[in-house]
Design a protein around this ligand. Structure first.
Ligand SMILES: Cc1cc2nc3c(=O)[nH]c(=O)nc-3n(C[C@H](O)[C@H](O)[C@H](O)COP(=O)(O)O)c2cc1C
Length: 375
C-alpha cells in the first residue's frame, strides 16, 4: 500500500473544510469585459480547477474601487453590483464542482498599467517604480511616477477594500484574500524604497505594515468574525525579484503579528518569480512560511514551485506550511490534485500559453495548436 501524498489529505482553513491541501494560486488573466465584469469564459476556467480536484480556488486579483485600484485593462473588478453579480455565477459553478472559492482583492497602486477610471497612478510616495510595465498584461514602456497618497486617498482605498469584501461575501464567495504581495499598493507601503513617507505609514516596519493591517481590520469589522479573510504577502515583486525584507526574521515577526492581531484568517506567502526555497529562507535559519505559522498559529499557504510533488510533500511534512498553492503548474494541469493523488505524470508548463498576453483566449489557442487543430 502506498502512503497518500500529504497534500492529498483534507484540511481546514478558518471555517472552511477543504478536500485536500492544494489551492489554485491567484492568476490574473486579463479576460474580463472592458467594464470589469467577469465573463462566462472565466466561469468555465475557474470551474475546471474545481472539477480537477483543487481543494481551494483562489481567484485572480479583482480591483476594489472605481478610483485608483485597477491594475490592467480587462482586469475583473469587485467594485460594483454588476461585477458582484457575475462573480456570483462563478462562485456557483465552483461550488457545484465541489470546491470553496476565495476572491483576491487587489489595489495596484503605482503598478497600474491600465485603469478605465483614472489617467494617473497613486502610491505611498512619488517614487518611480523600478522596471517596466508587463506586456503579458497589456502594458509597455516605463511606469509613470505615482502621486503620493493623502490621508483622504488612503481612507478611500481602505473603504474600497471593505466594501469590496462585503460585495464578495454577498456574492457567495467563501472568503477574500487581501493582495499584500508582489509589489502592488499594500506591498508598496511595506517596501522601504517605495515608501519614503514621514507620517505614521512610513519609517519602521511597524508603520509600513499599518495600512495592510488597517485593511484587514476594516474588512473584519464589516464581515464579522467568521468570514475567511486571508492576506497574501511576498518579499519579491513582479518588478523586483531580489528585494528581501531588510530586517529579515525581525520584520517578518512584526508583519505577521500585526496582520494576525488585525483579524486575518490565514497568511499566504507568495514567491513571485522564484521557487519557495529561494525566497523562504530567513537570516535566523527559519523559513518565512514556518515562521508565519509559529508566530501567529494561523494556517499558512506556501507558494512557488509547489507543483513538484516532492517539494510540496517536504514543505507540508516538515511543518513549513498547512497548504500549498500552485499557479503555473495548475495552468498546465487543471487536474493536478487528481494526478498527484494517483501518482500520474504532470504536464510541464509552457510559457507560450501566456503569449502574447496572459488571456484565456490565448491559452485556448495554444491548446488547440498543441492538439493539432487548425482554425
Ligand atoms: C499568469 C499569472 C498571473 C498571476 N496573477 C497573480 C495575481 O493576480 N495575484 C497574485 O497574488 N499573484 C499572481 N501571480 C503569481 C502566482 O500566484 C504565483 O505566486 C507565482 O506564479 C509562483 O507560483 P508557481 O511557481 O506555482 O507558478 C500570477 C502568476 C501568473 C503566472
Amino acid at each position: 500500500m502506498t502512503t497518500a501524498h500529504p497534500a492529498s489529505l483534507p484540511a481546514r482553513l478558518g471555517g472552511l473544510d477543504l478536500a485536500n491541501r492544494f489551492a489554485v494560486a491567484p492568476m490574473s488573466r486579463v479576460s474580463a469585459a472592458p467594464d470589469g465584469t467577469p465573463t462566462a469564459e472565466m466561469a468555465d476556467y475557474y470551474a475546471a480547477y474545481a472539477e480537477g480536484g483543487f481543494g481551494l480556488v483562489i481567484t485572480e486579483g479583482a480591483y476594489t474601487d472605481t478610483v485608483h485600484s485597477q491594475g490592467y485593462l480587462n482586469q475583473p473588478g469587485i467594485a460594483s453590483d454588476a461585477h458582484a453579480a457575475a462573480w456570483r455565477d462563478i462562485a456557483g459553478r465552483v461550488h457545484a464542482a465541489g470546491s470553496p472559492i476565495v476572491l483576491q482583492l487587489m489595489h495596484a497602486g503605482a503598478l497600474s498599467q491600465g485603469n478605465r477610471y483614472r489617467d494617473d497612478t497613486a502610491g505611498p510616495s512619488a517614487v518611480p517604480p523600478v522596471g517596466e510595465k508587463m506586456p503579458e498584461y497589456g502594458g509597455h514602456g516605463p511606469w509613470p511616477t505615482p502621486r503620493a497618497m493623502t490621508q483622504d486617498d488612503i481612507d478611500v482605498a481602505v473603504r474600497g477594500f471593505a466594501d469590496a469584501a462585503v460585495r464578495a461575501r454577498d456574492a457567495g464567495m467563501d472568503g477574500v484574500e487581501i493582495h499584500g504581495a508582489n509589489g502592488y499598493l499594500l506591498d508598496q507601503f511595506l517596501t522601504t524604497y517605495t515608501n519614503t513617507r514621514d507620517d505614521s505609514y512610513g519609517g519602521p516596519v511597524a508603520n509600513r505594515v499599518r495600512l495592510m493591517a488597517e485593511v484587514v481590520g476594516a474588512i473584519r469589522a464589516e464581515v464579522g468574525p467568521d468570514f475567511c479573510v486571508g492576506v497574501r504577502l511576498s518579499q519579491t515583486k513582479v518588478n523586483d525579484f531580489v528585494y528581501r525584507w531588510p530586517g529579515g526574521a525581525y520584520d517578518a515577526r512584526v508583519i505577521f503579528t500585526a496582520l494576525a492581531e488585525a483579524g486575518a484568517t490565514y497568511l499566504h506567502i507568495a514567491s513571485e518569480g522564484r521557487d519557495w526555497i529561494e525566497t523562504a529562507r530567513l537570516d535566523d535559519g527559519t523559513t518565512i512560511t514556518g515562521l508565519a505559522r509559529l508566530t501567529t498559529g494561523l494556517p499558512v499557504i506556501a507558494n512557488g514551485g509547489m507543483h513538484q510533488p516532492q517539494l510540496a510533500a517536504q514543505v507540508l511534512r516538515d511543518g513549513h506550511a498547512d497548504l500549498v498553492s500552485v499557479a503555473r503548474g495548475a495552468l498546465a494541469n487543471p487536474d493536478l490534485p487528481r494526478r498527484v493523488a494517483d501518482d500520474l505524470p504532470l504536464e510541464a508548463f509552457d510559457h507560450m500559453m501566456l503569449q502574447p498576453m496572459a488571456t484565456l483566449a490565448n491559452a485556448g489557442l495554444w491548446r488547440r495548436a498543441r492538439a493539432g487543430v487548425t482554425v
